[in-house]
Design a protein around this ligand. Structure first.
Ligand code: ATP
Ligand code: MG
Length: 400
């Protein structure tokens, strides 16, 4: 099937009144970015619709494959084009329906004439095209109300456009239309899913990862980079900040009681993340934390972690069941990367009996004997920054 263009319906943006233009421009920009490797793609936007096209068939296919992942799109339909003659219309209508699973389905033609001088009126057009399709492709019955297959035909002066599929988009808001947040990204299952939900609400994400060589390996870094590359496919570029964390972790081991090392580690992560957040002008921190999933994820523990900053810490997965999270991770394609074995800087140093209900005052007291501030600044300064998605022209060697 040769498609002429893809019609995009905006969805939730349409409710945004004055901001509409900003939302549409943001979506346009995100599409340009996501499809930067598709050189012939053209974008045209109208108040209620956007149209994508490319003269190269394989490019159109690639756009159709990737479009369901882009936030801010309610649905989309590939549109075919033919000459404004009855013969050409009949032929194209059959070609389109033939490509569908049509047997036993209900069917109707819905015609619209913008070119009022066309020799057939709307009713005659519907009759002519409909009976031709039914005669050529047996096994369908006509149904006016909510048919399985509705072939929409629009007759203009220079061309006729037809479409049949309404494909669901990812919904949500275009990434970047709701500001920016910094995500604490481990190599686990949860944090990439947290990223997905934030991005769906239009939040641009930068990611921060804590890395403790030689206790954590290069493979665990590769995983995190691959996860960033994967989640950047939802229509937003992502920068990854890799923080050298070994010194801080070792200092924690030597300065606070063993059963609260985990809590202290989380607190230091938050402090470092908050410094990076300030530098990049993000407005919130995001984690994949979840209540009760592991012994340390208690309300007391969250309170002790929150105490180090007044920055909002968003936890989109806080109430999810693990199985629900796994289900989403599989759908967004991060699960297979996340389950590869790796050492996280937290698991390497996990104490035998972590305190499940740490007290804020005690944490402050234990940490007061050590000058963590200088260490935090050093870790922030010595971070490495990578950008995703990796395009074809980028060097892939550091991903492999
Ligand atoms: P995940 O599957 O995301 O690793 P988890 O259920 O394993 O989550 P934890 O390991 O306790 O839970 O981590 C809780 C959150 O802390 C993670 O979701 C992530 O946001 C953050 N985090 C943990 N380890 C790291 C790390 N090495 N770098 C950055 N963030 C981390
Ligand atoms: Mg983890």
């Amino acid at each position: 099937m040769k498609w002429h263009e893809i019609l995009i319906r905006y969805g939730e943006i349409t409710t945004k009144g004055k901001n509409r233009k900003l939302f549409i421009n943001r979506l346009k920009e995100n599409l340009r970015y996501t499809f930067a490797d598709i050189p012939n793609m053209r974008i045209r936007s109208e108040r209620d619709r956007m149209y994508l096209s490319s003269e190269v068939d394989t490019e159109m296919e690639e756009i159709l494959n990737r479009l369901p992942h882009i936030f801010g799109i309610h649905s989309f339909s590939p549109v075919a084009e033919c000459e404004p003659t009855v013969e050409a219309m009949k032929e194209l209508a059959v070609e389109i329906v033939q490509g569908l699973d049509y047997e036993g389905k209900t069917f109707k033609v819905n015609a619209k004439r913008s070119f009022k001088n066309f020799p057939l009126d709307t009713y005659e057009l519907q009759q002519t095209i409909g009976s031709h399709v039914l005669g050529t492709l047996p096994g369908m019955t006509v149904q006016m109300k909510k048919p399985d297959i509705e072939l929409r035909v629009e007759v203009r002066e220079k061309a006729v456009y037809m479409m049949v599929d309404v494909i669901s988009g990812a919904g949500g808001l275009p990434i970047g239309s709701n500001g920016k947040a910094l995500l604490l990204l481990s190599g686990g299952i949860d944090s990439p899913v947290a990223a997905y939900y934030m991005m769906k609400r239009g939040v641009r994400i930068e990611a921060i990862h804590f890395f403790s060589p030689p206790f954590t390996s290069d493979q665990s870094l590769t995983k995190v980079k691959e996860l960033c590359d994967k989640i950047s496919r939802f229509g937003g570029n992502i920068r990854l900040h890799i923080i050298p964390f070994t010194e801080t972790q070792q200092t924690i081991q030597n300065s606070v009681p063993e059963n609260v090392t985990m809590t202290s580690t989380r607190r230091m992560m938050m402090k470092i993340a908050d410094e990076v957040r300030k530098e990049i002008d993000a407005k919130a921190l995001v984690t994949g934390e979840n209540l009760g999933q592991v012994a340390s994820q208690t309300l007391e523990s969250l309170a002790a972690i929150n105490d180090v900053t007044t920055t909002p810490i968003l936890r989109p997965l806080i109430t999810f069941d693990k199985l629900e999270i796994i289900d989403v991770a599989q759908k967004i394609g991060t699960y297979d990367i996340s389950i590869r074995p790796y050492e996280d800087c937290c698991t390497v140093f996990t104490p035998a009996n972590p305190k499940t209900k740490p007290r804020v005052e005690k944490m402050n007291y234990y940490e007061s004997f050590t000058d963590f501030e200088e260490m935090i600044q050093r870790a922030v300064k010595n971070r490495e920054i990578h950008s995703f998605p990796k395009t074809k022209s980028d060097d892939f060697s550091d991903l492999l």
